[in-house]
Ligand binder design. Structure first.
Ligand code: PMT
Length: 220
């Protein structure tokens, strides 16, 4: 019997990769499996929250009592998050959103001709920054997937995107980060730092959900 400490709260979570179409048969994406975001959604639902999970294309079963919304591109994900963020208490951006999209998606399959080709990319909207910029913003938690200078880049994202917490994920090691079943996080608030050492993604998710609930209470 899990304690229902989040009863009455609405948590909105993003998970998985996005796909940015190049033409009707090709896309740009990344190695996110959705495991971390789905584990957080399960942990929040187990603790009694009403959970909405906006997920990119992944091969995972939806945890019970979680309302899942499927999206493909970063723009889709941005639209769905903005449509569901109202009256949300906590927003967690665990998705690996493509920073760029293809400037002009080809209507037909691109044919092989020249030895070289270029694709023009333009910036996608920043979902977590747009949520954090809302006048009535929820308690907003970002992730930072980094391969070097993890603390420096994570703290920079915390400040620049106006977040309440950031979970720094050093993805240089193979047993943590993209597609692994385990993970380790260092979580930064503006004043403090919390270590969640290597454990299963479900255990990390439970610890992270408890930490978020506690930090949010302290901030209120
Ligand atoms: O899915 P798994 O295989 O389980 O792997 C988990 C994970 C490694 C994907 C996850 O733990 C993680 O680190 N997620 C964030 C990945 C990422 O894209 O980080 P980033 O440093 O590029 O982005 C910083 C933050 O901004 C993230 O919260 C991201 O969701 C958000 N963002 C980024 C770009 C954008 N256009 N919109 C956003 O909201």
């Amino acid at each position: 019997n899990t304690a229902q400490i989040l009863k009455g709260q609405h948590w909105l979570i993003t998970a998985g990769p996005t796909r940015e179409a190049i033409d009707p048969v090709r896309y740009i994406s990344n190695h996110s499996s959705g495991k971390m975001g789905f584990a957080i959604a399960k942990a929040a639902a187990d603790a009694g929250a009403t959970v909405t999970l906006v997920s990119g294309p992944v091969a995972l079963v939806t945890p019970s009592n979680v309302n899942r919304i499927n999206v493909i591109s970063a723009e889709n994900m941005h639209q769905q998050v903005m449509a569901h963020v109202k009256s949300t208490n906590v927003f967690i951006a665990c998705a690996a959103v493509a920073d760029y999209k293809i400037a002009e998606v080809a209507q037909q399959k691109i044919k092989k001709s020249n030895d070289n080709m270029q694709i023009n990319l333009v910036k996608n909207p920043d979902i977590v920054a747009d949520v954090a910029a809302l006048a009535d913003k929820p308690f907003t938690v970002g992730f930072a997937a980094e391969t070097q200078d993890v603390e420096h880049y994570a703290k920079d994202k915390l400040t620049r995107k106006n977040l309440d917490l950031i979970a720094a994920n050093n993805v240089a090691a193979s047993n943590q980060g993209f597609n692994s079943d385990t993970n380790a996080l260092t979580v930064f608030s503006h004043a403090k730092q919390f270590e969640l050492p290597l454990a299963s993604k479900q255990q990390i998710a439970q610890q992270l959900v408890a930490l978020i609930a506690q930090q949010r209470d302290e901030n209120q």
